[in-house]
Design a protein around this ligand. Structure first.
Ligand code: NAP
Length: 272
C-alpha cells in the first residue's frame, strides 16, 4: 500500500517541492494550502490531492484533517512547513504582528500535531517533520521574533519525542539555511514600515543577508532532505539542511557564545 504524507503550506517553495518529491516516489500526498482553488501545478500529479487549510484556524484544520483521513487509507508523515518570517526590531513590532507570527509558525504546527497524533497512535506509528530554520538553532540579528518561533518549534520537537516515542511516533526537525524560494519576496514581513532608531543597523544587516544569497539551497534540495528524514528509519532529531546552514552551525558549535556574537557583529557590519 502507498504511504501517505500531509503537508502544510504546499502552495509554494519548500512545501510544493516536497509534495512533488514524495508524489514522484509513489506516495499519496495531501497537499494543504490556504487557497487550493489557485493551484495549477500540483493538480498534474495523480498522487496529489489538494485541501484548504489555514494553520491559524482550528476549524479549518479540523475540517481538512477529517477529509484527508476519509480519503487516504493511511497518513504516515506530517510535514509542518507553513510559515513566514517577521523581521525587524522587536521594539517596533505590534502585538498583533507578534501574535500572527506565533499563530502561524508555532501554534499552527502544534495544532496540526495535536490533530494528527490520535491517528498516528491508532495506526501504530508515524513521523512528524517540522520545518524550522538555522534560525531555530542559532540567533541572527533582527530576527528575534521569527527565531523565537523556530527555536520554540525546535524545543517542542525535542521534548515531544519523549512522550510520543512509546507510540512509535518520531518527531524530526529540518532546519534549512537560506533557500531560493519566494520566501524573501512573499513571506518576509517587517515589524514596521516606519523609521526607527535601528534603521542604520537594519540596513547593514539586510545588505549582509543580500550578499549571502549565493550560498542558498533550492527548495528541491531541502525537499530531498525532508524525504530522507521521512524514510531513513533512524531516530535522528535534527537535519541541518544546506551548506550555509551547516557552516554556520559548525561555527556556532566551535566558538563560545561571546566569540560567535563578535563574529556575527563584525560579519554584519554592526561592529569594527
Ligand atoms: N526560504 C528560506 O530561506 C527559508 C529558510 C529557513 C526556513 N524556511 C522555512 O521554510 C518554510 C517554507 O518557506 P518557503 O521558503 O517555502 O517560503 P514560501 O514559498 O513563501 O512558502 C511559505 C508557505 O507557507 C504558507 N503559509 C503561510 N501562512 C500560512 C497559514 N496561515 N496557513 C497555511 N499556510 C500558510 C504559504 O501559503 P500561501 O500561499 O497561502 O501564502 C506558503 O505555502 C517556512 O516555515 C519557513 O520559515 C525558509
Amino acid at each position: 500500500m502507498s504511504k501517505g504524507i500531509i503537508i502544510t503550506g504546499a502552495s509554494s517553495g519548500i512545501g510544493k517541492a516536497a509534495a512533488i518529491v514524495f508524489a514522484r516516489r509513489g506516495w499519496q500526498v495531501a497537499a494543504t494550502m490556504r487557497h487550493p482553488e489557485k493551484e495549477t501545478e500540483l493538480t498534474q500529479y495523480p498522487g496529489v490531492r489538494l485541501y484548504a487549510l489555514d494553520v491559524t484556524r482550528p476549524s479549518s484544520i479540523e475540517q481538512a484533517i477529517k477529509q484527508v483521513l476519509q480519503d487516504f487509507s493511511q497518513i504516515d508523515v506530517l510535514l509542518n512547513n507553513a510559515g513566514y518570517g517577521l523581521v525587524g526590531p522587536l521594539e517596533t513590532a505590534s502585538e498583533e504582528k507578534i501574535m500572527e507570527q506565533f499563530q502561524t509558525n508555532l501554534f499552527g504546527a502544534m495544532r496540526m500535531i495535536k490533530a494528527l497524533t490520535p491517528h498516528f497512535r491508532e495506526a501504530g506509528g508515524g513521523t512528524i517533520i517540522n520545518v524550522t530554520s538555522i534560525g531555530g538553532l542559532v540567533g541572527l540579528p533582527f530576527n528575534a521574533i521569527y527565531h523565537a518561533t523556530k527555536f520554540g518549534l525546535d524545543g517542542l520537537s525535542e521534548s515531544l519525542n519523549y512522550e510520543l516515542s512509546p507510540f512509535n511516533i518520531r518527531v524530526k526537525v529540518v532546519a534549512p539555511g537560506g533557500v531560493v524560494t519566494d520566501f524573501a519576496t512573499r513571506s518576509l514581513k517587517q515589524t514596521t514600515d516606519g523609521a526607527s532608531v535601528y534603521d542604520e543597523s537594519l540596513q547593514k544587516v539586510f545588505a549582509a543577508f543580500a550578499r549571502r544569497g549565493g550560498n542558498y539551497s533550492t527548495g528541491e534540495q531541502i525537499a530531498e532532505v525532508i524525504y530522507g528524514a521521512a524514510t531513513d528509519g533512524t531516530d535522528k532529531l535534527r537535519y541541518v539542511a544546506g551548506l550555509d546552514a551547516q557552516r554556520l552551525y559548525d561555527q556556532w558549535k566551535a566558538l563560545t557564545n561571546e566569540e560567535f556574537f563578535t563574529m556575527i557583529q563584525q560579519g554584519y557590519g554592526l561592529a569594527e
